[in-house]
Design a protein around this ligand. Structure first.
Ligand SMILES: Cc1cc2nc3c(=O)[nH]c(=O)nc-3n(C[C@H](O)[C@H](O)[C@H](O)COP(=O)(O)OP(=O)(O)OC[C@H]3O[C@@H](n4cnc5c(N)ncnc54)[C@H](O)[C@@H]3O)c2cc1C
Length: 421
């Protein structure tokens, strides 16, 4: 197929990977992004860094609502709701809980997620190598730490889904766990080691490198905010931006949690909200982990990065425009001290960086990926929730298939933008 002019809107992990993939295929790419690719404005900057083929378990599962009161009342709990925003969020929340109301629904969602992440590690390695930053991908596995075997068995559904997705693990005894992770609290006496998993050691630098590689392939960066589309007789003419019109044959909406308005401008109504998340990075930590560790009961990953120990997590439900509640990052710090008792209580504040950002969460736990209703020239590629870093390269490949009118490698029906009608 001949080269097209493609406007990729948003330069997070999804947009940057897509821009690079399309530029490699010979298309004339314009990356429309008001900020710096890889910058702090994007969820792709601040996530937990995990490239996890095991991310095939949606957040909503049967009975999750029963755990909500406990999480909300625990000061160190993983979930918080700003009650003033509840009326606006209620329709999304109802859909979210309904999507996980039966095992059959969760199994369907899990099968769809599998298609986006099963080969995430290999795809990231290839993408990083092609951008000249192989050193930013570390393949040294993931550890899931539990207080005991019973705590692992209590998560049977999730681990069954992972096994069915082809994920393999080794069981570690308390002694084996503490040999591998001597700094981790002795409260954790059982673990799973997923040897094939990986992490990005500096997600901001990685996204910036992917965008730079796209620019080196001829892509242009337009520093502007997309506001809508000019569509004539079903064909895209241009993307409208805060800095004028960008003429384009095709456009890709890769703006993460900001997708609702642009999706509507392209003819689709998508129930997406921000699941706000936080991280702290402790520079030169006195105690840390060697492998990324997910502490199951705290639902908080600890990740070693080039900038220090990153503790990322928390789900805060509030509007996308609400100010950060930095008390949530204090929760992460308190958790870090509990999980790594060697961390002192008086770490100087200048060694602790804090960040808040927006997980783009579609109510049914799946991203929106496919041609827009208002024009098939516009492709949706947003709403990856908790897995957008891991799923970025596969998403980019699928978008490239759609742009080139090739049959996509997986069935895109579960991701259809029209599924909420
Ligand atoms: C605390 C936390 C931990 C996480 N941990 C992980 C993890 O370990 N592994 C994982 O796979 N995922 C993780 N995630 C989720 C992951 O970070 C996101 O799913 C992913 O970053 C989404 O990427 P994106 O490119 O779609 O969106 P973003 O990274 O948010 O990028 C969107 C970009 O679009 C730009 N934009 C917005 N509106 C416009 C507009 N109108 N015009 C032009 N540009 C616009 C923004 O400036 C931004 O740069 C985590 C998220 C959080 C918050």
């Amino acid at each position: 197929m001949s080269a097209l002019s493609v406007a990729v809107i948003g330069a997070g992990a999804v947009g940057a990977a897509t821009a690079l993939t399309l530029a490699r295929e010979g298309h004339h790419v314009t990356l429309i992004e008001p900020g710096e690719p890889g910058g702090e404005q994007a969820a792709s900057y601040g996530n937990a860094c995990w490239i996890s083929p095991e991310s095939v378990v949606p957040m909503a599962t049967p009975g999750v609502w029963r755990k909500v009161p406990g999480w909300l009342s625990d000061p160190l709990g993983p979930l918080t709701i700003r009650w003033a925003h509840l009326p606006t969020l209620a329709p999304w929340l109802v859909r979210f809980l309904r999507a996980g109301s039966t095992v059959a629904k969760v199994e369907r969602t899990s099968r769809a997620l599998r298609g986006l992440v099963h080969d995430a590690v290999e795809r990231h390695e290839a993408l990083a190598a092609s951008a000249g930053v192989s050193e930013l991908i570390a393949r040294n596995g993931h550890l899931y730490a539990f207080r005991d075997r019973a705590a692992f068995e209590a998560e049977a559904l999730g681990w069954r889904l992972r096994r069915e997705a082809g994920v393999r693990w080794l069981e570690l005894s308390a002694e084996e766990l503490h040999q591998r992770e001597p700094a981790l609290s002795r409260e954790y006496r059982f673990a799973l080691l997923l040897e094939d998993a990986a992490h990005v050691t500096d997600p901001g630098a990685y996204v910036a490198a992917l965008a730079s590689a796209a620019l080196a392939q001829g892509a242009m960066h337009r520093r502007a905010r997309a506001t809508g589309f000019e569509i004539r007789a079903g064909r895209l003419q241009a993307v409208l931006t805060s800095d004028g019109r960008v003429a384009a044959d095709r456009a890709v909406i890769a703006v993460g949690a900001h997708g609702k308005a642009l999706a509507a401008a392209a003819g689709d109504s998508v129930p997406i909200e921000s699941e706000r998340g936080y991280h702290i990075v402790i520079e030169a930590p006195e105690a840390s982990v060697r492998t990324p560790v997910m502490v199951a009961d705290a639902k908080t990953p600890l990740t070693p990065t080039v900038r220090g120990l990153r503790v990322a997590g928390q789900v805060e439900l509030a509007s996308i425009t609400a100010e950060p509640a930095w008390a949530r990052s204090d929760v992460l710090l308190a958790l870090a001290r509990r999980l790594l008792p060697g961390l002192p209580s008086d770490i100087p504040p200048e060694r602790i960086r804090r960040w808040m950002g927006h997980r783009p969460s579609v109510a049914d736990g799946l991203p929106v990926l496919g041609p827009a209703s208002g024009s098939a020239d516009i492709v949706h590629a947003f709403g990856h929730g908790h897995i957008g870093l891991a799923a970025a390269p596969k998403t980019a490949a699928l978008v490239a298939d759609l742009v080139a009118q090739r049959a996509p490698a997986i069935d895109l029906a579960p991701f259809s933008p029209t599924r909420f009608r």
